[in-house]
Design a protein around this ligand. Structure first.
Ligand SMILES: [Zn+2]
Length: 133
């Protein structure tokens, strides 16, 4: 993900992404999904009086890993309960219909043995690019 977008998520939701060692391992198209999910997770944590970020008892809510896996979004947190599970599941399901590259409506496809969610335009660009093998 572009530095600028990654910085925006880290700045707007500081505690949530303070422990995210590897950063956001997905492309820019999912920024809106992540932004919306971040806000919803923080709201849910606040309602349950759960600390956002790593706390002394190691019980706070923060993102451990955010990545693309088999084409769709995978979002792992330090702590979860039914509400956060639902929110994360919704965002992960949504990612199957949003082009990971540009954020337009996309579909999950298998291209050159890789699963990915792409819109028609981004898929055509991949197909127009010569492969090494
Ligand atoms: Zn696209």
């Amino acid at each position: 993900m572009k530095q600028e977008l990654s910085d925006k998520l880290k700045t707007d939701f500081p505690g949530l992404y303070g422990e995210l060692g590897c950063g956001f391992e997905c492309l820019d198209g999912w920024f809106d999904i992540l932004y919306k999910l971040s806000g919803a997770l923080i709201k849910a944590a606040e309602e349950h009086h759960i600390t956002i970020g790593l706390d002394d008892e190691n019980s706070g809510l923060y993102a451990r890993q955010v990545k693309e896996k088999f084409g769709t979004l995978c979002y792992y947190t330090s702590y979860s309960w039914e509400e956060t599970d639902d929110l994360i599941h919704e965002a992960e399901s949504q990612s199957a219909h949003v082009c990971e590259k540009c954020g337009r409506t996309g579909t999950l496809v298998c291209e050159n043995h890789w699963y990915m969610v792409r819109c028609l335009k981004c898929l055509q660009e991949i197909r127009a690019t010569p492969q090494n093998n």
